[in-house]
Design a protein. Structure first.
Length: 281
């Protein structure tokens, strides 16, 4: 939809500094597939939350919230306006709702056990376990989101209380900030056409080589980072499971589906003022 260029244009006009709320742009070495703004595109506008962890490092929503809130305070103290830009719903929600994250250390033994069960019997198997111990969280977590399914089971097993117990105020709006929330939208057919064009540009820019370099550096395809849209499809091609054309088509399809899910997610928040960018030059 053009978030990057619009946000930079806005930042230049109102002394803004940009905090990325994109769960894939946090990773180093992952630039083309995440559509990370280049230094040239940033036009000297400060950007935060880019390239902060390696692709095999864990980074939680709680980590994002803590870092982003520190940057918001810092930017405000400098007399500028923080602009949070990005489409990762949980990242945005961690700032605009009163989300309380559980400070429960990860238990690698438990994680390995449930990862093994998921590998052997499929995600449905561990999802059914979650449905039994925490049906409220199960409603919120996608069947394919193995990491969050395992985390929710882990919280229950470690504390005896479901994750939903800690997230009781999940939809309580924050009063910490004076928020202007803006959603950008456009005609669906035009949006899908732009998505297809963007994927073609990514391929031309060297997405295949970027993914190959990550694999050559030893980053495993099962990592959360490598399961991102744009990376998993190319990995399937590099491992000769599908052709390059198939990989590109699947990438376009998955990106279109993701855009649709983003709209569904953000439309639940009635504080967002929607702007159809086709109505403006």
């Amino acid at each position: 939809v053009g978030k990057t260029s619009i946000s930079i244009n806005v930042a230049k006009r109102i002394n803004g500094e940009i905090i990325s709320a994109d769960s894939m742009q946090i990773y180093k070495y992952m630039n083309i597939g995440t559509a990370k703004a280049t230094l040239e595109e940033m036009e000297n506008i400060p950007h935060y939350m880019l390239d902060i962890v390696y692709p095999d490092e864990e980074f939680t929503v709680a980590d994002f919230k803590n870092k982003a809130e520190n940057y918001i305070e810092e930017i405000n103290n400098n007399g500028n306006l923080p602009i949070v830009v990005g489409g990762t719903g949980l990242y945005v929600n961690s700032l605009v709702y009163e989300l309380k994250f559980t400070k429960i250390e990860s238990n690698n033994e438990l994680r390995n056990k449930y990862n093994y069960l998921a590998e052997r019997y499929g995600n449905q198997y561990i999802y059914d376990i979650l449905c039994t111990v925490d049906p409220v969280s199960a409603e919120r977590i996608n069947l394919n989101d193995r990491k969050r399914i395992i985390r929710a089971i882990e919280i229950f097993q470690e504390t005896g209380k479901p994750m939903s117990y800690y997230n009781k105020d999940f939809r309580k709006e924050t009063d910490k900030y004076n928020l202007a929330m803006i959603g950008l939208t456009m005609d669906r057919a035009k949006l899908y056409s732009r998505i297809n064009e963007r994927v073609d540009k990514m391929i031309k820019k060297g997405l295949i080589q970027e993914v190959k370099s990550l694999m050559d550096m030893g980053y495993d395809k099962e990592l959360v980072s490598m399961q991102a849209i744009g990376y998993k499809e190319v990995i399937s091609y590099l491992e000769k499971e599908i052709t390059l054309d198939e990989s590109i088509e699947i990438l376009k399809r998955n990106t279109r589906k993701y855009a649709k899910r983003q709209l569904t997610w953000f439309r639940r928040d009635n504080r967002i003022k929607w702007i159809d960018i086709n109505q403006f030059d």
